[in-house]
Design a binder for this molecule. Structure first.
Ligand SMILES: Nc1ncnc2c1ncn2[C@@H]1O[C@H](COP(=O)(O)OP(=O)(O)O)[C@@H](O)[C@H]1O
Ligand SMILES: [Mg+2]
Length: 383
């Protein structure tokens, strides 16, 4: 095996160079970090296939780094080798206790390290395949974000999910992470038996496909719906690991996981941003929404989300609002899609029958198909 990304963390420059060169010669792509804190940032940007970390380091030690990675669902399974000069049994045990997969003593015997690297990578690949979440079998995640409520985010998420499922014959799941004001179920006239808030009763490790079926409500369009919470007071029961778990599980059985979100930057939204292959930021043509949208775009930039993954939808939810030119000037870019003011969206919502199904000829419905096509182009299904 070769080509896997390895992140090597050590505060000593000489060792970084030595190990990096050695592993590169074995065909791995090796990046380095000076301490645990730098490592966390690097992992957030791009997840490696394997982490090798020293234990004693300034800022954030290897033990603390491992502990933090294990606490996050996204990195809970990241293979970790710990490297340390401290050979006492206690240190080895502390490393394992924090979740390290292997412990290699310093001074490093490079041949031993290489053997362990190969073994661990092989093991983790087999585990991924067994869990059905091998990278090649992963559906694409399309996240809808908005800085201000009422700009039609849920409307766009629901209709484009249906467009992807029907006209384009993809397997699509809609995940409603607008925890306090969930609307997708209403728009689709569905009621899942369980919500992610119920996941607090079930240990995630004990979750099975049969059990998870209770969380999925099938819609006549073919879209499957999963909701975070169905009552505002239950929103706080939805944990971040539950969100990661749901996204991981759903993307293993869908071509697209479309995620609707709340208008606030919660940990849940951040978790979804982390997994997203493409993000649609939805704005109305009114100043308050435009301003909130620039804030969102700035945050995404700060989080290091590549610009090519971020699309802008201008949704004319009212008959008034700024013209196209001032909106383009405001953002310094044209919206990728503009949805015209479409009164029937309201009736569709009240009746629980998405417009794209009841009035496919409507101009608003046609734009929803265009939006779905843009998702398919920006995040093509690769399997
Ligand atoms: N293009 C549009 N034209 C007219 N009304 C719209 C349009 N898009 C959405 N709406 C209406 O705006 C309201 C808010 O939509 P919703 O999708 O719930 O927004 P959000 O999820 O951003 O809070 C709904 O009543 C919906 O029917
Ligand atoms: Mg909404």
């Amino acid at each position: 095996m070769a080509g896997e990304r390895i992140l090597f963390v050590d505060d000593e420059a000489q060792i970084r160079k030595l190990v990096q060169t050695f592993l590169q010669r074995h065909g791995y792509v090796v990046t380095t970090a000076n301490d645990g804190y730098e490592a966390l940032l690097a992992i957030k940007k791009e997840r490696p296939h394997l982490l090798i970390t020293d234990v004693s380091m300034p800022n954030l030690s290897g033990l603390e780094l491992t502990k933090r990675l294990r606490a996050e669902a996204a990195t809970a399974r990241l293979p970790i080798i710990m490297l340390s000069a401290r050979k006492q049994a206690n240190d080895v045990l502390a490393g394992y206790a924090q979740g390290a997969d292997e412990y290699v003593a310093k001074p490093v015997e490079l041949a031993i390290l290489a053997a362990k690297v190969e073994l661990i990578l092989k093991r983790s690949k087999m585990a991924e395949e067994a869990a059905g979440v091998a990278p090649t079998a992963r559906g694409q995640v399309c996240l809808f974000l908005h800085g201000k409520g009422g700009v039609g985010t849920t409307t766009l998420a629901v209709n484009s999910a249906i467009a992807l499922a029907s006209a384009m014959i993809y397997r699509v799941t809609l995940l409603d992470l607008s925890l306090e004001f969930p609307n997708a179920a209403l728009l689709m006239d569905l009621k899942p038996q369980r919500t992610l808030a119920d996941l607090s009763d079930v240990r995630i490790e004990d979750m099975t496909d049969d059990l998870f079926d209770l969380f999925i409500a099938p819609h006549t369009s073919g879209v499957r719906l999963v909701v975070g919470a169905d009552r505002p007071e239950l929103a706080e029961l939805v944990t971040v690991p539950a969100v990661h778990h749901a996204i991981d599980r759903l993307r293993a059985s869908s071509d697209y996981v479309v995620v609707d979100s709340a208008a606030t930057f919660t940990q849940h939204t951040l978790a979804a941003i982390d997994s997203a292959d493409v993000i649609f930021v939805v704005t109305s043509a009114h100043l308050a929404s435009l301003k909130a949208t620039t804030d969102i775009l700035t945050v995404l930039e700060k989080l290091g989300v590549p610009k090519a993954r971020v699309l802008l939808a201008l949704n004319r939810t009212t008959a008034s609002g700024l013209e196209a030119d001032p909106v383009t000037r405001f953002f310094g870019r044209k919206p990728d899609v503009t949805i015209p003011f479409t009164r029937p969206f309201d009736d569709a919502a009240d009746e629980g029958k998405p417009l794209i199904m009841t009035a496919p000829q409507n101009a608003g419905a046609a734009v929803m198909r265009d939006l779905a096509a843009q998702i398919a182009v920006a995040a093509p299904v690769t399997h």
